[in-house]
Design a protein around this ligand. Structure first.
Ligand code: NAP
Ligand code: ZN
Ligand code: ZN
Length: 348
């Protein structure tokens, strides 16, 4: 079917209306009418060619909430009318070891990412959620608990799972001291999730103006990362730091705030490499790690956790025509805390 979308045609071009074709619904496919689509900073990195792997035309968007319009003959997980979510992946090989353990993001054949990628045939381009409809194999569609507010649930499909996954991997538990760097889309979800898991959360932010929000979102403490010496009082304090900063930054001052055996986990993906001093890691046996989204099973677990804890993103709902302005505002750090596009407006 022909579908209305918004696309970038080149790294230096603003996004504009664009037509794409979605495949016919196969036996294991579901077709969704997209209701809401979140804007992740990864959309900007890729639409602007910052990671060096951009394919154009590009329809970004991997925080998708929709309603099932059609199901294939062999679909068992969904029926017409159900709510469904799609995150950063739309397929994987399903046979390799990571796929077998539910960590499809590490598929040895590389997953079919939701956009700026190809289907597993490695020729058909994938187009993301800035569109009115999507067709996806049912395994990669998530069940959306009915109690979630749909607008605020869209960002859970990337910002939610990307921060939930390292909190679980590093065993975040009541009493842990967890810091979150970068209070944006990912960062504000990290604060909500870590607080809901019982951690004592500190926000380390370059924006002093976000202190009140940090506390409202669940943080017990706040420190400005740009004021000289402001992290001194936090030396050797944290068990875990989730680094959600999208721009280049220095790790050493943050590593100094880790307690013995503490870990700083990168989820933010700035374009340029950083330097780390050896002693920042050697002292306290500190660990510097990374984390990539999360598998489908864990994404479902995260959605169910958010339903139980009544969590969603703090969002600003926009129309498709505002996407380019939203990108500029995100780059100016002017988003509280996620833009979500009303998918009806892709058609107008
Ligand atoms: P976002 O909403 O734009 O937030 C980024 C935050 O980084 C800002 O709110 C700001 O927080 C901080 N920041 C921005 N510029 C800064 C600067 N020059 N110096 C210091 N801090 C700065 O972005 P997002 O959507 O949350 O994404 C964050 C990053 O995660 C992006 O790089 C994205 O590509 C990446 N990502 C990774 C994965 C993964 O699987 N690992 C998944 C999704 C996204 P403060 O104002 O508090 O400093
Ligand atoms: Zn994302
Ligand atoms: Zn695989």
């Amino acid at each position: 079917m022909n579908v209305h979308a918004w696309a970038a045609t080149a790294a230096n071009q603003p996004l504009a209306p664009f037509q794409i074709t979605r495949r016919e619904v196969g036996a294991k496919d579901v077709q969704l009418e997209i209701l809401y689509s979140g804007i992740c900073h990864s959309d900007i990195h890729q639409a602007r060619g910052e990671w060096g792997n951009s394919k154009f035309p590009m329809v970004p968007g991997h925080e998708i909430i929709g309603r099932v319009l059609k199901v294939g003959a062999n679909v068992t997980k969904f029926k017409v009318g159900d709510l469904a979510g799609v995150g950063c992946m739309v397929d994987s090989c399903r046979t390799c070891s990571p796929c077998g353990t539910g960590e499809e993001q590490f598929c040895e054949a590389q997953p079919a990412w939701t956009y700026n990628s190809t289907e597993m045939d490695r020729t058909t381009p994938t187009y993301g959620g800035y569109s009115t409809h999507v067709v996806v194999t049912e395994h990669f569609a998530l069940k959306v608990p009915a109690s979630l507010d749909l607008k605020t649930a869209a960002p859970l499909l990337c910002a939610g799972i990307t921060t939930y996954s390292p909190l679980r991997q590093w065993n975040c538990k009541p009493g842990d001291k967890v810091a979150v760097m970068g209070l944006g889309g990912l960062g504000h979800m990290a604060v909500k999730l870590a607080a809901a898991m019982g951690a004592e959360v500190t926000v380390l932010s370059s924006s002093k103006a976000k202190e009140a929000d940090a506390k409202r979102l669940g943080a017990a403490d706040f420190a400005s990362s740009t004021e000289k010496g402001s992290l001194k009082r936090l030396k050797n304090r944290f068990n875990l730091i989730i680094d959600c900063v999208s721009a280049d930054h220095d790790f050493d001052q943050y590593l100094g705030t880790l307690a013995p055996f503490g870990a700083l986990v990168l989820v933010g993906a700035p374009p340029k490499p950083s330097q780390v001093s050896s002693f920042a890691l050697i002292n306290n046996n500190r660990r510097l790690a990374g984390s990539s989204i999360g598998g489908i099973r864990q994404t479902q677990e995260m959605l169910d956790f958010c339903a139980e804890k009544k969590l969603g993103a703090d969002i600003e709902l926009i129309a498709a025509k505002d996407i380019n302005v939203a990108y500029e505002r995100m780059l100016k750090n002017d988003v509280r805390y996620r833009f979500v596009i009303d998918a009806k407006t892709f058609a107008t």
